[in-house]
Ligand binder design. Structure first.
Ligand code: AMP
Ligand code: ZN
Length: 457
């Protein structure tokens, strides 16, 4: 079975062949940790988790290295630290914001059924590596120092723009870069900038400062995956400028013809037909959704759409996903076959065709092949853990209700027996007020009245 993947670099679906089948290497741009991740941010995390699982299946679990970084240096983080912890020294406040947000992110994506990446480097642990790459770029004539900044010289790279397929004019328009007098070209971007005394900073040959955003990923991918690796992923919005600039930095610093062989980008997610934004008030965090749904239902809903298509995230589709997955809950819990069904692996091997894989799951379910269905679902990350957690929560809530209701029913039956109908009616009304309806039936053998109850819907 050949694995084919769509490569943004060539705009084609291509057979995938790793540089080293004993160490298949994938890098995905991770979160900037200043606030809860939203459901759009969950998309690349889930999509590339499925690819990680597939690669592990094909090449062996020990033969895949997946790096997903945490961006813990960013002006948005500084602003959040000042807002939330005004009394603390800035570095401590920043550490609080980044630790708390990274912990939330980890809890969210675990609930979504995602494996931990092999390595999860943090930008602040890789400053020396970034400085090293910037020094190489300066030495090779691809960067220059101006007004306290180190800038990448886009004109020094003949095929700059190869990924986004923009010419220099379009790039400048697309990036809406202000014309800065200190830049040689408007598209030149920051590798290092000076920090004021109030801003976080690290010592460097160019003074105390902090890195630009793009340089982080060039440094961390090279450190953990090498100068040239197999797959680089992220959302569509990262193609330009972020990934274009990562490529420019890495290739020019290392003198390599490519940074990653295959570039993959997930499409965007919108909510109920609208772009998600704080101003429209339709901005949903993963954390909020997890209050209403098992994480696996959210994961399933995400995978019903092919990763390159846009997703319209609606309550209706999540409801439908919950129904489908609930129907498969017992199959997920079935032991037996450990390996996923070939039809499911084959569907995923065709550029991660998850809608087709799900159609295959339906076929297995309809054929009553619960062992293969369960194994295939577990393979894609459905362990049943969050479904079970919800069932337990519901059972506990039902037990809680029963512990209130049953003594009242016993008291009502006792009142009826004693012909205290006023009291028995009062108890019935009290239960009705709690949303509990009663049904009395006469036991044919004993002649006793028995009462069953249910929660009104
Ligand atoms: P950010 O924190 O904005 O850098 O985004 C983290 C990741 O989520 C990146 O890979 C983005 O491309 C991706 N992303 C952000 N918003 C959306 C969205 N609405 N739909 C799909 N992916 C998104
Ligand atoms: Zn990146």
């Amino acid at each position: 079975m050949t694995l084919t993947l769509y490569n943004t670099l060539t705009r084609k679906k291509e057979p995938f062949s790793p540089i080293d089948a004993n160490n298949v290497r994938m890098y995905v741009c991770g979160p900037t940790v200043y606030d809860f991740a939203h459901i759009g941010n969950a998309r690349p995390v889930i999509v590339f988790d499925v690819l990680f699982r597939l690669l592990r299946h094909v090449y062996g679990a020990d033969h895949v290295t997946y790096a997903r970084n945490i961006t813990d240096v960013d002006d948005k983080i500084n602003a959040r630290a000042l807002r939330d912890y005004p009394g603390l020294p800035l570095n401590d406040a920043i550490a609080r914001v980044t630790e708390k947000t990274a912990d939330q992110f980890h809890a969210d994506v675990k609930a979504l059924g995602c494996l931990e990446p092999t390595v999860e480097p943090r930008a602040t642990d890789n400053i020396a590596q970034m400085i090293g790459i910037i020094q190489s770029l300066l030495a090779r004539g691809h960067a220059y120092v101006a007004s306290g900044e180190v800038l990448f010289d886009t004109a020094s790279m003949p095929d700059y723009g190869e990924l986004s397929k923009r010419n220099l004019d379009e790039q400048q328009a697309g990036a809406r870069i202000e014309v800065d007098a200190h830049k040689k070209n408007p598209g030149d971007f920051v590798l290092w900038k000076l920090s004021s005394a109030e801003e976080p900073g690290w010592d460097s040959p160019w003074g105390r400062g902090r890195p630009g955003w793009h340089i982080e990923c060039s440094a961390m991918s090279a450190r953990y995956l090498g100068q040239v690796f197999d797959i680089h992923g992220g959302g569509l919005d990262l193609i330009f400028p972020h990934h274009e600039n990562e490529i420019a930095q890495s290739r020019c610093a290392h003198g390599t013809p490519v940074m990653a062989k295959t570039w993959m980008h997930n499409g965007f997610l919108q909510v109920e037909g609208e772009k998600m934004s704080k101003s429209l008030g339709n901005f949903i965090t993963i954390n909020e959704l997890l209050a209403d749904w098992p994480g696996e239902v959210l994961r399933f809903n995400m995978l019903r759409t092919h990763y390159r298509q846009p997703i319209d995230w609606t309550k209706k589709s999540v409801d439908e996903s919950a129904r489908i997955l609930d129907g498969w809950a017992s199959a997920i819990a079935t032991g037996g076959a450990a390996t996923p069904h070939a039809s499911v692996v084959e569907a995923l091997s065709d550029d991660l065709n998850t809608p087709l894989a799900i159609a295959e799951l339906h076929k297995l379910g309809n054929a009553g092949d619960h062992a293969a269905l369960g194994a295939s679902l577990r393979f894609i990350g459905f362990t049943g853990a969050t479904l079970r957690a919800r069932a337990e929560k519901q059972a506990a809530a039902a037990g809680e209700v029963a512990s209130h209701v049953e003594p009242l029913i016993a008291a009502r039956l006792a009142a009826r027996k004693a012909k205290d109908f006023k009291e028995s009616d009062r108890i019935r009304d009290e239960l009705a007020g709690m949303g509990i309806t009663l049904k009395d039936t006469k036991n044919k053998e004993t002649g006793e009245i028995e009462t069953t109850w249910e929660v009104a819907r």
